[in-house]
Design a protein. Structure first.
Length: 231
């Protein structure tokens, strides 16, 4: 089925490929984003992938919207091969001193902390998109038993590397920022580092596994946090 192209204000279009969150639709979105990004005509500024759609921004003073729409219709026609994602292992310290919601969330779910950690580390997650902050991965595939509402009032400061749960997703704060996700652990790795050749540790289309570590390993890895576990 061909994607639906619709205006998003007077400086962008949305290109919608489906109606939900699933790996197949995500693969189509990411493949189209890669294809479009490689052949952007003058005046097209950015291609931003979402769960089931793309946002394509353009400068109306440089290119007419009708020309952008025609280009999108032509460029998104037919199948496209998605970027081959990689598997990223994220070491995480699951401990109350770095995870203020760990014990309360486990109690809320009728689980021990050990059981909660086992569920969180048992899943292979798909990164559907990056958003909110540079390098923040929205990871789908969370075990239904861990689904949890965000905090009613966001924290003003969430440390970089904090691993949280928000609704049916899990994610990692790449930099210190406000946030309302339920914090259950912390990784010593840097999710976003503009000094690296590849600034983003996790990219859309990658798969992520969390691996439990102890405090000694956390401290050791913190020293070399810019090292990448991408494989």
């Amino acid at each position: 089925m061909s994607p639906v192209i619709a205006p998003a204000g007077d400086q962008a279009f949305t290109v919608t490929f489906g109606g939900g969150v699933d790996p197949e639709t995500s693969a189509r979105v990411l493949a189209a984003a890669e294809r479009l990004s490689a052949v952007m005509p003058p005046g097209v500024l950015d291609v931003v992938p979402g769960y089931d759609s793309l946002l394509v921004a353009y400068d109306p003073l440089r290119v007419p919207g009708a020309d952008v729409q025609a280009w999108l219709a032509q460029a998104t026609e037919g199948p496209a091969a998605p970027r081959e994602g990689v598997r990223v292992e994220i070491p995480v310290l699951y401990a109350p001193e770095v995870a203020p919601d760990l014990e309360t969330l486990a109690a809320e779910k009728g689980l021990t902390v050990e059981a909660l950690v086992a569920l969180h580390t048992a899943t292979e997650y798909r990164c559907y998109l990056l958003g909110f902050r540079p390098g923040f991965p929205f990871l789908g595939g969370l075990d239904q038993r861990l689904v949890a509402a965000r905090l009613p009032s966001p924290r003003l400061r969430v440390p970089a590397g904090s691993v949280g749960i928000g609704g049916r997703q899990t994610g990692i704060y790449p930099v210190e920022s406000p946030g309302g996700w339920r914090l259950i652990g912390r990784t010593p790795l840097r999710l976003f580092d503009p000094a690296r050749a590849q600034p983003f540790l996790v990219k859309a289309g990658d798969t992520v596994r969390f691996a439990r570590i102890d405090r000694a390993e956390f401290d050791r890895l913190s020293v070399s946090a810019s090292d990448s576990p991408r494989s």
